[in-house]
Write a protein that binds this ligand. Sequence first.
Ligand SMILES: Cc1ncc(COP(=O)(O)O)c(C=O)c1O
Length: 328
Amino acid sequence: MRIDSLPRFRLAQLPTPIEELENLTRELGGPELLIKRDDQTGLAFGGNKTRKLEFLVGQALAEGADTLVTAGAAQSNHCRQTAAAAAKAGMKCELVLNGQKPDVPNGNLLLDQLLGAGQHWIERSQRSAKLRDLSEQLQAQGRKPYVIGVGGSNGVGATGYVVAMLELVEQLRTLQQRADHLVFGTSSGGTQAGVVLGARVAGFHGQLHGLSIDKGEPELKDYEKEVAQIANECAEYVGSADRFSEKDIQVVCGYLGDGYGVVGELEREAIRMMAQCEGIILDPVYAGRAFGGLIDLIRKGVFQRGETVLFWHTGGAPALFAYAKELA
Ligand SMILES: Cc1ncc(COP(=O)(O)O)c(C=O)c1O
């Protein structure tokens, strides 16, 4: 393992806290609930992308890049975090955004603008082509772009969650706590890939449940393969001999509601419960859906009294403000 010698640009306040969710544990009457606060990574409202970006920006700087280029939806947390990382690293940032450009920017989009990122609006289907074209245009202008794929989910980005698992295991040891299960939202796969490899590397024996934010049963096998592939790419990058197949990846489906980014009763209840029982703010797209799924699994008896479940809060709360109509 060579994590300590990999290029890394520090962005995050680490370790993020682990808290006991005593009120929610009582309210739900099931397992003991813990939360890992990666919404508190400290960079422009935090989130899981800060950890990935430490290694992605490290690599970009090592290659002599001066501009980060990435893509996402209008309310992308990844784009907002990339814009902030670029600002901190003294780089420029160009964002390829899909969705409707609003007259008045709100939530993450407002932050992208305040952080000084350039915006390039396209249809979702044109994402890859636009990333390629934009990169070529920037090079023609004498800039040195570093293109980060959607969600920063490749072997380099996932390294952030290998480090996070080493951090978690150390924290649990110090707190004399155990976690039988980890539950977190999964979408572009980099977080889960890093968690799965990190669990192996750190000797963590609890079960790992990625709750799917945007894929259903029909896409499940392909997604699990994709996550295993990112984990293998990451293992190679960090110099670990571990290798994975889709059998090592557990993705929970069944909580898509009306689709990606569409807030339903599941997310509304989860956001309200977490806010009103614990004073912690979830987001409408990822952590809200993932925690809604966890509440349902507890009610169905999948996780039971006597067990400890750690919910990994992956951030995203700035998007709440763009969902005021659905949440108020
Ligand atoms: C707040 C939040 N949580 C979870 C995820 C999912 O992480 P990953 O894309 O690494 O699967 C994302 C991805 O955009 C996110 O923004």
